[in-house]
Write a protein that binds this ligand. Sequence first.
Ligand code: 3AT
Ligand code: MN
Ligand code: MN
Length: 538
Amino acid sequence: KRGMPYLGVTEPISYNEPSANDLAVTDSLIKTLHDHGLFESEEEAKRREIVLGKLQQIVKQFVYRVCIEKRALPENVAREAGGKIFTFGSYRLGVHGAGADIDTLCVLPSMVTREDFFETMYEILKEREEVAELTAVPDAYVPVIKMHFQGIPIDFVCAILRLQKIPDTLELKDNNLLRDIDERDVRSLNGSRVTDEILRLVPNVASFRIALRCIKLWAKQRAIYANVLGFLGGVAWAMLVARICQLYPNAAAGTIVSKFFIIFFKWQWPQPVLLKIIEDGPLHVRVWNPKLYPADKAHRMPIITPAYPSMCSTHNVTQSTQTVMKAEFKRAADIVDGIMVGTKKWDGLFEKHDFFGRYRYYIQIIASSDSAEMQLKWSGMVESRIRQLVMRLEVVENLTLAHPFIKGVDKTHYCKTDEEAREVAHGNFAAATSVDIDLEGGKLDGEKVNGEDGKHNVYTTTFYIGLYIEPKQADSKGTRKLDISWPTREFMDLVKAWDSYDEKRMAIVVQHLKSSALPPELTKDSEKKLKRSQSDKK
Ligand code: 3AT
Ligand code: MN
Ligand code: MN
């Protein structure tokens, strides 16, 4: 097999076919993934296909309608203008779970505008009886219409090309399609172009999918699946698995997983992970290049997207999150070693993280505001700046690790008076009745619960950072003093500099606490685990 063409920037490490043991281990992995409810039902899979078929039809009708009504184009031009949908994200990769969204890109001819998509398409969708929870977010970084179509969540993005016709046979591979189009269109196309390219660059897609499902479940259970907070997101995990698939083109999924952990535990970062040689292209946009750009050189764990213009998907990684991930790679490598020789089970790999039982000190960041709608934006903004706080904490003396938790905890607080509301906003949640909410999940109408008028309601999102403080040397006296006032102040200034910040409607509190002061609902799991391991020892 040596000397044969291969996928990737280096020759494979091994062309070995799976052994009987590799296949048995892979079978038990697949079974464990099923036990975790990772696969959708056949009914749901069929429904997704029906939904995509309908969306394709709707896109063509929409293009036709815009051509006739708005642009007054001749009938034959309107007929041939076309319009085509592409999927990306987990559905396109074939690793989506039950209930996952379908990330769908709608490619449109040049006669159609973005406004048409957000007005006319929005209207068309609104009239469909299959559509629920329709929301348009036209000013997002990647503008999107979100909806549920026959119960399937859809993220609908659009890209307008400089083509009069979008034929059914169109592919997005050609870099010249990006010439002279709007930046937002380049970004919208990027998701699809990256996932398509990943699939093209993987030698055995079936093994890739199983291995990636395993890695995604593991990363979620271990709380290291979060791009914004400095861990890796879905695309980066997919690229890491794809690289291992290239290095072991004939291996079974179980083997891919085992090689994955050991190779990335030992990886010489900041050596980048590439799926192919970085391409040059026709745009005046930056392509990742650490030789040229100092910002790119600063990336600690660069994992580079394969489609032009190549970008680093992991620019948020900090010293702390990298340390945490490395330790998880090591833990996982040891467990999977055991699985390969039959002394351990896959379930052990997927054991839940113990973030809230792991540190003695935590920083608590409470973002609050007076409406659910505002809270979604405000908490998103605060979340996107947490890594700035983490990076400032990392340079504090005696502080070895600032470990951000992957998601904020959302609550609504039903306050009777302004005074209660103020107390809550300052972190005293006991001042009012509080309930958990899911801001993203659409449970937005917290108003009028318990007969309250909702006038004083406070919405909070609480983020946590675990701190590892260097233990005192045995011979030294005096207490370890930790001064986090500078990082805290800088962080507060940073978030308050937000365009829409309004101190009458929002607040931000940063405080540190001992682990014993954490809300009990967060520490319950780790306590249970502790009790279990104690009783195991008896
Ligand atoms: P799920 O199975 O849906 O949980 P996924 O990998 O499909 O996993 P998403 O649907 O959140 O995850 O995202 C799909 C792609 O959309 C990934 C990325 O290319 C793009 N994307 C998601 N969020 C953003 C964002 N905030 N900005 C830019 N691109 C994004
Ligand atoms: Mn998705
Ligand atoms: Mn999505």
